[in-house]
Design a protein. Structure first.
Length: 125
């Protein structure tokens, strides 16, 4: 039941009902629901929350938290998270310790799973 609720929260966080809320109200509701879905362990929400913290979209930028969230989603084999966590490992960024070998392996696995940026990533970096 919780997984279903988390998925519903995540889906509802992605759209606004026209005319029922301002853009500011939508953004607050959206982030709140996204964060709750992530707390419940819904993997797409964990990845989306990582992107928010990484870019500063809907919330103040927090690279270290983004790094932890990307790592969490990557450990569950979410391809885009594997790419982002792989980059953090390659560069030792966002609070993630440097591990180029593991980072390159994750980027390659993300490429194998169709992540376009990973496919285009230079092979030997």
């Amino acid at each position: 039941m919780q997984a279903g609720c988390a998925e519903a929260l995540f889906l509802y966080s992605t759209f606004s009902v026209s005319g029922s809320e301002s853009e500011d109200e939508f953004e607050k509701r959206s982030f709140s629901m996204l964060a709750r879905a992530a707390e419940l362990g819904y993997l797409p929400a964990i990845y989306a929350l990582a992107v928010c913290y990484d870019s500063g979209d809907l919330v103040e930028e927090n690279p270290e938290l983004a790094g932890k969230l990307f790592e969490s989603a990557a450990s569950a084999k979410i391809p885009k998270a594997m790419y982002r966590h792989g980059l953090n490992l390659i560069h030792g960024s966002n609070g993630i310790s440097l591990n180029k070998q593991l980072g390159l392996r994750l980027v390659q696995e993300a490429a194998h799973n169709g992540v376009e940026d990973a496919v285009n990533y230079p092979k030997g970096e």
